[in-house]
Design a protein around this ligand. Structure first.
Ligand SMILES: NC(=O)c1ccc[n+]([C@@H]2O[C@H](COP(=O)([O-])OP(=O)(O)OC[C@H]3O[C@@H](n4cnc5c(N)ncnc54)[C@H](OP(=O)(O)O)[C@@H]3O)[C@@H](O)[C@H]2O)c1
Length: 208
């Protein structure tokens, strides 16, 4: 499975580092080639660098690590998108991190799916802080990744990516359940940053 990671920020670079360390076939797609090259050279020859369109074209699974507002614009109209698994990890939060830009009757993931009709959008990882991407930050702990999608095969591929990274994937139902997952991501930000729990915080669903 070839995984494209779009974006080289906190989440993008974290995914690239962890996936490469597990021997995954990774291509970095970025608007700033210099940032992508710098990340790749830090990691050695196993990771390729491309523009966003070529990275999407090359991949089976596209992990999109861009701000919510940039995602549709960055991917819309790309030829390689048809049938592609696109993972939306975004939390569509306001600039002050205190609120959500949308919700209740829709979600970032549903809006992205509507903007990219040929793609198979999967919601995942929005409740995982970048600081928790390194397996070393989770030693001895099982950390859940909630995965919501309408396409069963796409969901299963993303669950496999989560497992590869050492997370516990949890089937969170259809894509429209992103309406519930995104507020959970917002609450996690409150626990992590405004309520003092710190960035190793992550939500878990338990059967008592
Ligand atoms: N940080 C977290 O702990 C966390 C946790 C869960 C979910 N998320 C979600 O993950 C996503 C990425 O967050 P982050 O913290 O990694 O952000 P970040 O560190 O600010 O990185 C954002 C990345 O997006 C790129 N970008 C911004 N606008 C773009 C555009 N119009 N076209 C192409 N690339 C663009 C930036 O490229 P340049 O470097 O060229 O500006 C950068 O590589 C967000 O949707 C966020 O809600 C973040």
């Amino acid at each position: 499975m070839t995984i494209a990671v779009i974006g080289t920020g906190r989440m993008g670079s974290g995914f690239v580092r962890e996936l490469v360390s597990r021997g995954a076939d990774v291509v970095i797609g970025a608007r700033d080639a210099a940032k992508a090259e710098a990340l790749a050279s830090e990691l050695g020859a196993k990771v390729r660098v491309a523009d966003v369109a070529s990275a999407v074209q090359a991949a089976d699974v596209v992990l999109v690590a861009l701000p919510y507002g940039a995602i549709a614009g960055a991917l819309q109209g790309l030829k390689g998108l048809a049938g592609k698994v696109v993972v939306d990890i975004s939390n569509p939060i306001t600039d002050d991190f205190q609120g959500l830009l949308l919700g209740t009757t829709t979600s970032a993931a549903e809006e992205i799916q509507a903007a990219l009709p040929g793609a198979r959008v999967v919601k995942a990882f929005n409740t995982i802080f970048s600081q928790l991407l390194p397996a070393s930050a989770r030693e001895g702990k099982s950390v859940q990744v909630f995965v919501a999608a309408d396409d069963a095969a796409a969901k299963s591929q993303v669950q496999e990516v989560a497992r590869t990274l050492g997370f516990e994937p949890v089937d969170a139902g259809p894509l429209r359940n992103s309406r519930f997952l995104e507020p959970v991501g917002g609450m996690n930000i409150h626990f992590g940053f405004f309520l003092g729990w710190g960035p190793s915080t992550a939500p878990a669903w338990v059967r008592a």
